[in-house]
Ligand binder design. Structure first.
Ligand code: ATP
Ligand code: MG
Length: 594
């Protein structure tokens, strides 16, 4: 092999995880398909340009995260391709009444939070399809002049009926043979606002007998006297998706236009429009190409914007960022890390298998795997029961310490105090122990009460308990063994099976802990004819008056901890303050759902 070949073959590194899209890109790169392109200023264009094109009509959800990780991830992975690679942030905002600036901001936030950027070589590649309204209009006129588009004056119903269906060919519109001059005049009058909504539409002249219904003279412009969030009242005709999307891609020199499988039938139309404009001298080969992948369906979740909106509007959840919502703001508030979402998207990969479902446990496991090495450990007692150590000096506070993280000795130790009264978990005590219960229970049948270790503290033996008038246990009594402290020589003389976490009733911090469960009880809450509201888990949020280790009220919001024996928790982004500690359960230590 010559020197030259060897170096060109290793010009870019093939990413580790392969998928069919990467194979396509690898092939295009090997053929140098997009290598020679220049931008309007004569500068070389990257040979990989993708885009993420949301409609700003709602909050993004976990399904969008897959598309973000895919499109922006490819741009990152192919950074060393000739000319580099980048991903454009594009708002597909051609539908005037539905879009709002609030959504634009939240979408930008979500993409950045997930760890991606649309900036490349100092240029922010943030675009709006509405910025192309002038050009889209100009190109529509070019197609009219080329005899490839016409103004149709049938009603919407007639258009729909005459399009036919799967088994029935469409019928040509009586207006299909208008001359170019007549079409141009009508189209200009449409733009000038001379007609009411619905009076006319602009259609492509393709084939009303085409086996693919999408190709039966699709409508590309309609009259809408509506205000647009960016262009105001400048326009009263708006282009439709099939016309706008491919042209936006071509204008931005997109190489690989990746979308979900529902658009497979639209691909011939995507190509038709761009080829017609190429033939008219507007665009040059190589044109962008559309590729489809299977959308993400996640069990125990819904990813329909309409249904998510319904949950918010009917106050079934506490807003878009409710930690139970599958929205990106929701999973962020829940405590998910951007890295865990990226890991999840890597693990589920990209395929063309429609209707495939990913189990929620896969997402949760990615989160655990990400947090295990990262999250410092701490104590929290979620359902507190008072433990009184009767032989402990009243005013004494015994300093105790524990590793911040068992695998990271370099992180050092955390420090807290053991006092006469501590909080333990209510279910770490039983009056009459069930079989195999090794935690605290009082003296039974002439035998002493059980011994356990207060983790990183002393061994104690249960001596009794107090109840209230209703017979409920309100305090547990114990005595401790002063020579049993963890980390001292004497500790080895005590062998106990139970090892309880605890928080000093004197120095521990009261905290509100929100324990969340899955929002739905059915893995497929909205499949078939099901009413997804019937599957709502009415017990998915518990607010607990808990106690946490000293110092934990001082942590920043969004700090994540593993509360020993419980799971991973995050200081709530919104409500946690130094005055009032508020933590959310992110995920339990183990999958105990089934
Ligand atoms: P709408 O019903 O409003 O069109 P949408 O979910 O298609 O909703 P868009 O804003 O059009 O929302 O989506 C932006 C991008 O995210 C698109 O490229 C779309 O294909 C992709 N996307 C949306 N939902 C999913 C999903 N569940 N899995 C993977 N990608 C998705
Ligand atoms: Mg869409």
């Amino acid at each position: 092999m010559s020197e030259k070949n060897a170096s060109s073959a290793s010009k870019f590194e093939t990413p580790e995880v392969s998928n069919f899209l990467r194979q396509i890109i690898d092939q295009d790169l090997a053929q140098g398909k997009h290598a020679q392109r220049l931008d309007a200023h004569g500068k070389a264009l990257p040979s990989v340009i993708t885009r993420f094109p949301p409609e700003p009509n709602g909050y993004l959800h976990i399904g969008h995260a897959k598309s973000i990780c895919l499109n922006f991830g490819l741009a990152k992975d192919y950074a060393s391709a000739p000319g580099g690679a980048r991903c454009h942030m594009r708002f597909d905002d051609t539908n005037p009444s539905k879009e709002e600036t609030e959504y634009v901001d939240s979408i930008l936030d979500a993409v950045q939070w997930l760890g991606f950027s649309w900036e490349s070589q100092g240029v922010a590649h943030q675009y709006y399809a509405s910025d192309y309204f002038d050009r889209l209009y100009e190109y529509a006129e070019i197609l009219i002049q080329a005899g490839k588009a016409y103004v149709d004056s049938q009603s919407a119903d007639e258009i729909h009926k005459n399009r036919g269906n799967f088994g029935q060919l469409g019928i040509n519109s009586p207006y299909r043979d208008r001359t170019s001059a007549e079409n141009l005049e009508l189209f200009r009058a449409m733009r000038a606002g001379k007609y009411a909504d619905g009076a006319h539409v602009l259609r492509l002249k393709i084939d009303m007998a085409h086996p693919n219904i999408v190709m039966r003279d699709p409508v590309i412009y309609r009259i809408r006297h509506a205000h647009h969030h960016r262009t105001g009242d400048q326009w009263c005709i708006y282009p439709l998706y099939d016309f706008t999307h491919c042209i936006s891609d071509a204008i931005e020199n997109i190489t690989h236009s990746i979308c979900t499988l529902e658009f497979e039938n639209n691909r011939p139309l995507y190509d038709w429009v761009l080829e017609a404009l190429r033939d008219a001298g507007v665009f040059k080969d190589p044109l962008p190409k559309q590729y489809e992948f299977a959308r993400l369906n996640l069990t125990y979740a819904i990813t329909s914007k309409r249904k998510l909106l319904q949950l918010v509007e009917e106050k079934r959840v506490d807003g878009w960022d409710d930690p139970r919502m599958p929205t990106i703001v929701g999973i962020r508030r829940r405590g998910y890390t951007p890295e865990s979402i990226q890991l999840f998207c890597e693990r589920i990969g990209v395929s063309k298998a429609a209707d495939s479902w990913i189990d929620m446990s896969v997402l949760e496991q990615a989160l655990r795997d990400d947090l295990e090495p990262k999250a410092p450990r701490a104590f929290a007692v979620l359902k507190p029961l008072k433990l009184i150590i009767d032989n402990f000096a009243d005013d004494h506070a015994e300093p105790c310490s524990a590793p911040r993280h068992p695998q990271h000795p370099e992180w050092g130790e955390r420090h807290f105090h053991l006092t006469k009264e501590v909080w333990i978990e209510a279910d770490d005590f039983m009056i009459e122990p069930s079989k195999g219960f090794f935690r605290l229970y009082p003296p039974q049948n002439g035998q002493a009460g059980n011994r356990v270790r207060l983790r990183h503290g002393f061994v104690i033996e249960c001596t009794g308990y107090d109840t209230n008038d209703a017979g409920e246990v309100v305090a547990v009594h114990a005595q401790y063994f002063p020579d049993s402290k963890s980390g001292t020589a004497g500790s080895n003389n005590y062998k106990v099976k139970g090892n309880l976490h605890w928080v000093s009733a004197k120095t521990g911090i009261p905290a509100e802990i929100r324990v969340y469960d899955r929002l739905f009880t059915d893995p497929h809450p909205d499949s078939g004819d099901k009413d997804f509201l019937q599957a709502l888990n009415t017990d998915s949020k518990q607010v607990l008056a808990a106690y946490i280790e000293e110092g934990l009220n001082q942590v920043e919001s969004e700090a994540r901890y593993q509360f020993e024996r419980h799971g991973y928790f995050v200081a709530d982004r919104i409500d946690h303050t130094a005055q009032k500690a508020v933590f959310n359960l992110i995920v339990n230590l183990k999958d105990n759902w089934k």
